[in-house]
Every structure is written in C-alpha cells, then in structure tokens.
Design a protein around this ligand. Structure first.
Ligand code: OGA
Ligand code: ZN
Ligand code: ZN
Length: 388
C-alpha cells in the first residue's frame, strides 16, 4: 500500500528546516551499488550506497544534540542486505547489521540534480522602474513578517528601506543585532557619518561621494551596510544608489573586452591613517568559478597606485571610464533624501552608494552606520522559515 505525503510520518533527520511537504516513496530497488527510488509522483532518482551510508541520521552517525555528523566515510560501506519502505519512508539494513532510516521528503529535497531549495531569494538586477521596498520600523520590530519582508527585499534587490524609526542614538546597532553580530572595521563596530574637524575618510567631510563600495581595500569587505539617519537638515546630502551588478551586466553585453579587462586585472586599493595601513589587490569585478559576477569593488578615492605598463594602463582606464558612466547613468540611479528615522540597508558587494555634497553651515546631517555579514541575514531568513 502507498502512504501519501500527508499521512507519511516525519522521521528525524537532524534537520531543522521543513521537509514535511515533499512526496512519499512508492518503490525502492537495489542494484549494483545504487538505490533507485520512485516517489509517488512517478519521479525516479538514483542514490549511491556510499552517499546513503554517509547520510545516515541515527544517533551513532549524527550527534543527537548538535545534529552534526559523527560518521566518517573512510570505507566503502558494502551492500545493503535489506531495503524496504515503511509508511512511505526508506529503511536500510547494511551487511554489517547497521540500520538507517531516511525520511522520504528529506531525501526528495536532496535528490541528485536538485538545485538548492529554500527561502533565499535569487538576486534580481534592478530594471528601469526599480522602486525600493520599504518596511515600517514598527513592523520590523513586531515580529517575523516584517523582518522577513525586509530580509527578502534586501537579498533580492540589494537594497531596502526602513521607515518611521525613533530618533535614538544607536538604534542602528539595536536593529542590526536582531540579525547578527555587528561586523567591526577600522572605523569601529558602529560609526557616525557627519562632517568632522579632522576627517580620516571622505565620508566624514561634507564633500559629495561618487558611487562607491565601502572598504574594497579589505580582503573581505563588509557584506551589508546599514545607514540610519538621525538628522538631515543641511542643504544637499541626498543619497544615491546604483546596482553594480546591473551596470556590469550591461558592460558585459556592450563591451565584452572592457568587462574582461576589469574582471581579469587586479588593482590595488589602500586606506592609510595614523593607526592603519590596509591594502588589498583585487579586480574591480570578481567572477565566480562559473564566470558569474560575484562582487564589485569600486571606490575611486581609495584606489591606490595603478601598477600597469603604459599600453595596459590606457586600456584599463578606458574600461574603467565605461563602467563609471554606466554606474552614473541617470536611468539606473536612485536618488533621495534620507528622512530622520529612516534607515537604508544595502549589499555593499553589489550596490554602489554615494551622496551629494552638503552645506554644513545650512544645517546638521548625521547618519549612524554599521555592517553585517551576509551569512547572518541568510541564516535569519532560514530560521524564520522553520516549522513551528
Ligand atoms: C559611508 C557613506 C554616505 C552618506 O559612510 O560609507 O558612503 O550618505 N556615507 O554620507
Ligand atoms: Zn547510522
Ligand atoms: Zn560609503
């Protein structure tokens, strides 16, 4: 008899994410080092026996409390002496007598060829009419729904707003700490952006900041930046944003050679003040192993000496200019004044941010900022999606 998904008992697999909704198993066949499983939908998948043994979730193979793997796959497990279904789930007995039970839904989520499942939204490049999602501070604080909306928009669009927050010192840190530990840098765990008497950074002046990413001079620049507005009474100082991934995508289509140059030529970035000298060499566009764009490093004022022979230097500058213009393209740019009590959060390794110059004699402008690791945002979204 076939047990349908809704009647299938859920077996513990040392897994906190939901795997209850996937189909039940209908048939199991064991032939030449491979189990062929057929789900109630008729779909079939092959699993290697070594894989099966490695993923056994019994208390001997996986720690009952930490859920971490104890089994070490040092030997081929040998064959199974028995493979059968009980209530739509899989039970195996190995030749050495070890027994393994696998939840059908858990296996279905992990069947070979299955793309990663889950709640993390793929990045979506900004289109022409992009408008950022805005979540009310009260909703973010109130519970899972607000936080989930905020996290989803940030991961998908690279930028999200939080509106109508209190004008409270350190509110940015309290909000960030709901997600994860603050990522500290040479500017502290939390920094004040305002015009200061002895600035060690362009952001701490009143000058305009061209679109940039923060801290490309670090081996691992911060992933997510949060800027919380406490005062914005000076003339000017509007915030500007553009999607570095969308600009790079256009460059790749229009000028493949320029794209190649910016992704294959490492350049130097450097910050120096009284206490620090932090430098790193990396291309402006970093690609992953499959050639997809992974990260943008773009910050003209902390670009260091360009170490390239003259014939390469000219080509590199020309490619840089081309990307610069795409990033500054008015149709690709978002420009607005942050309101006191408003916070913007963005992906610092994808999005470029900047601000227009402001007149510090016309009023006060004060933002507080901090950074977070992307791992913590993704983690939070997965935790919020767990079954009750
Ligand atoms: C920064 C920054 C933008 C602003 O602090 O990194 O770019 O609006 N600030 O002042
Ligand atoms: Zn086991
Ligand atoms: Zn910045």
């Amino acid at each position: 008899m076939i047990t349908t998904a809704e009647h299938r008992p859920r077996l513990p697999m040392g897994e906190l994410s939901d795997y209850s909704t996937a189909p039940s198993l209908m048939r199991v066949e064991n032939a030449s080092d491979r189990l062929t499983l057929t789900w109630e939908s008729g779909e079939q998948s092959g699993f290697s026996l070594t894989w099966m043994r490695d993923h056994c979730a019994c208390a001997e193979c996986r720690h009952a409390k930490t859920r971490e793997r104890l089994h070490i796959p040092l030997e081929h497990p040998g064959n199974v002496s028995d493979a059968h279904l009980t209530d739509g789930n899989l039970e195996l007995t190995w030749v050495d007598g070890h027994q393994s039970r696998f939840d059908a839904g858990w296996l279905h989520q992990r069947r070979p060829g299955q793309k990663s499942i889950g709640v993390i939204p793929p990045r979506r490049p900004w289109g022409e009419a992009f408008r950022p999602v805005s979540v009310a501070h009260a909703d973010f604080i109130a519970g899972a729904d607000g936080e989930r909306a905020w996290l989803t928009a940030l991961l998908r669009d690279g930028l999200v707003l939080l509106d109508d927050g209190p004008l409270a010192d350190e509110e940015v840190s309290r909000l960030a700490e709901r997600i994860g530990p603050l990522r500290a840098t040479n500017f502290g765990t939390r920094f004040d952006v305002r015009s200061k008497p002895n600035p060690n950074n362009a952001a701490y002046t009143a000058i305009g900041l061209a679109p940039h990413t923060d801290l490309p001079n670090w081996r691992q620049p911060p992933d997510i930046q949060l800027l919380y507005c406490l005062e914005n009474g000076a003339n000017g100082g509007e915030s500007t944003f553009s999607d570095g991934f969308a600009a790079a995508k256009t460059l790749r289509e229009r000028s493949p050679a320029a794209f190649r140059l910016l992704s294959e030529t490492p350049i130097d970035f450097r910050f120096q003040d009284e206490h620090h000298d932090i430098s790193w060499r990396a291309p402006i566009l970093t690609l992953d192993a499959t050639g997809e764009l992974l990260e943008v490093r773009f910050n003209n004022w902390i670009r260091d000496t360009l170490h390239l022979p003259p014939e390469q230097a000219d080509a590199w500058y020309s490619a840089y200019r081309e990307l610069w213009h795409l990033i500054h393209e008015p149709s690709q740019r978002l420009e607005f004044s942050l309101k006191p009590g408003q916070m913007v959060a963005f992906d610092n390794r994808r999005m470029l941010h900047g601000r227009n110059a402001f007149d510090p004699n016309s009023g006060r402008r004060h933002l507080q900022g901090t950074y977070l690791d992307l791992d913590m945002l993704e983690s939070r979204l997965k935790v919020l999606a767990r079954p009750a």
